[in-house]
Design a protein around this ligand. Structure first.
Ligand code: GRF
Length: 195
């Protein structure tokens, strides 16, 4: 059985889709922990409802990125982590953590990367930019995490149409629905490629 550790900073609806896929037998893994940079978020409630241990670690409380990474790695080792799954985690992943888990960190992004990714493209801003550019389609992408924001190799994507009267929220909801389908599938496929 492979161990997943999810990182989240917000509502955690993708976290929930992974929990549900495991319960339904669509994803053969277990979640050994949730890491967050903040308290009082819905993702933590979801963890508590599912008896998943929570670790809150705010990079601002450490003297350096390295100290923050060392502290996280200790927890990830304790949780016997095989794969780190970023699900709406808003803090930068320190280089030493990426080095400690090479090709073992996945992220989901609410656009068709490489479009509308990188610094500043998060949350509703992504969808606003897609609408401003009058794109005909958008979607979501799961990719491996590397040093540069949203630039690691793409594992898979799902496309959705952009409709003429869409608000950013309409588009966000349409994309999010597909994220919930895409992420568990990609995690399952990716785990089957690991030694
Ligand atoms: C998702 O849109 C995801 O693509 C992005 O952050 C959002 C997280 O949403 N990285 P949720 O917390 O999973 O509901």
């Amino acid at each position: 059985m492979r161990n997943l550790v999810v990182f989240a900073s917000g509502s955690g609806s993708n976290f929930q889709s992974i929990i549900d896929a495991i319960k339904n037998g669509e994803l053969n893994a277990q979640i050994t922990g949730l890491v967050s940079d903040r308290d009082n978020i819905q993702a933590i409630e979801r963890a508590q409802q599912n008896r998943i241990p929570v670790y809150i670690s705010n990079p601002a409380s450490f003297n350096s990125q390295d100290m923050y990474a060392i502290n996280l790695i200790k927890k990830l080792t304790e949780w016997k982590t095989d794969l780190i799954v970023l699900a709406g985690y808003l803090k930068k992943i320190p280089s030493s953590l990426i080095e400690a888990y090479p090709k073992r960190i996945l992220n989901i992004h609410p656009s068709l990367l490489p479009k509308y990714g990188g610094k500043g493209f998060y949350g509703i801003r992504v969808h606003q930019a897609v609408l401003d550019a009058k794109e005909k389609e958008s979607g979501c992408t799961v990719h491996l995490v590397t040093e540069e924001f949203d630039e690691g190799p793409v594992l898979d994507q799902i496309k959705v149409p952009v409709k003429p009267k869409d608000s950013p929220k309409d588009l966000a909801n349409r994309v999010l629905k597909q994220e919930h389908k895409l992420y568990p599938e990609v995690i399952q496929n990716y785990l089957s490629t690991l030694n």
